[in-house]
Design a binder for this molecule. Structure first.
Ligand code: NAD
Length: 273
């Protein structure tokens, strides 16, 4: 008996796939039978790490260097994906940055402007520009979009006000784009929770040299700090969050699902905000 992968024969394009959740989704999509995965990010070395991590499947990965704030980079990436794999079936807008839980009381108006401009440009405008570059190819393939959201798309305390507002905005993109692109393209989201990745902050605000991993590390050993995610602690491997991306990306399994968001955040919401 041949086991069929949930993404057999599909090609995906994933932004921010040189590390963290994007890398985990890329590797998982290959294991689910994707014919190819294009990985887009601004750092060639990181993209190579994803290729290396794929082992012999690395020959089905297409690394593409670019910035999600650049329409030219994104158009070139979509074209390269279709040229190499013959179609674009699943788009995963995922590249993002964080604001290190910066509260309004600790932030000057100038800092708010620099954090807001860079974070919204990447986390919200970047998602929109990514979809703008890809929708024609997705329509041609009757494909789908799976956006990375966050617990911060639903609840407070997953970031500061800027990050939380940006993830709420991305949640709005799921609803609106699902409406606009139906019936040809499905649009869904995965709201993942706190993970120890390399997630950085806005360079303009001096936050690009730190990562969320360091924030978690600071809290290691402090009583009760891992209890805020009911199902796991933040050291959970990002691969554990990838099942929802497989399901939502699968034409066969989720062909009637659009405008939906899977809360794969370890149950943060059951704390009752
Ligand atoms: P990560 O830093 O490991 O991955 C983000 C990737 O995006 C990096 O490889 C980075 O180089 C890339 N990137 C950043 N800005 C870019 C740009 N302008 N153009 C192209 N690439 C760019 O962090 P991660 O945790 O895997 O983050 C992935 C997504 O998950 C983000 O959207 C983040 O908001 C979301 N998220 C993360 C957490 C968490 O706790 N780590 C929780 C909820 C949601």
């Amino acid at each position: 008996m041949t086991t069929k992968g949930w993404l057999d024969g599909d090609a995906a394009l994933i932004t921010g796939a040189g590390s963290g959740i994007g890398q985990a989704v890329a590797l998982r999509y290959l294991r689910e039978g994707a014919k190819g995965v294009a990985i887009f990010g601004r750092d060639a070395k990181r993209l190579q790490q994803t290729v290396d991590a794929a082992g012999i499947d690395g020959d089905r990965i297409l690394p593409l260097v670019g910035d999600v704030r650049s329409t030219a980079d994104l158009n070139a990436a979509v074209q390269a994906t279709v040229d190499r794999f013959g179609s674009l079936d699943v788009l995963v807008p995922n590249a993002g940055i964080w604001d290190f839980n910066r509260s309004i009381t600790r932030t000057t108006p100038d800092e708010i402007e620099s954090i807001y401009d860079e974070l919204f440009d990447i986390n919200v405008k970047g998602y929109l520009l990514t979809v703008s570059a890809a929708w024609r190819a997705l329509v041609a393939a009757r494909g789908s979009i799976v956006m990375t959201l966050s617990n911060a798309a639903f609840y407070p305390a997953g970031g500061g006000a800027v990050y939380t507002a940006a993830k709420h905005a991305a949640r709005g993109l799921v609803a609106q784009l699902a409406y606009e692109l139906a019936p040809k393209v499905r649009v869904n989201g995965v709201a993942i929770g706190g993970l120890r990745t390399d997630l950085r902050g806005p360079a303009a605000a001096g936050m690009s040299q730190r990562s969320i991993e360091q924030s978690f590390a600071k809290r290691d050993g402090q009583a009760g700090t891992n209890m805020w995610i009911p199902l796991h602690d933040a050291s959970t491997d990002p691969v554990d969050s990838t099942g929802a991306y497989v399901y939502l990306g699968s034409r066969r399994e989720a062909g009637t699902v659009t405008g939906a968001i899977v809360n794969a955040d370890g149950g943060i919401g059951v704390r009752g905000f």
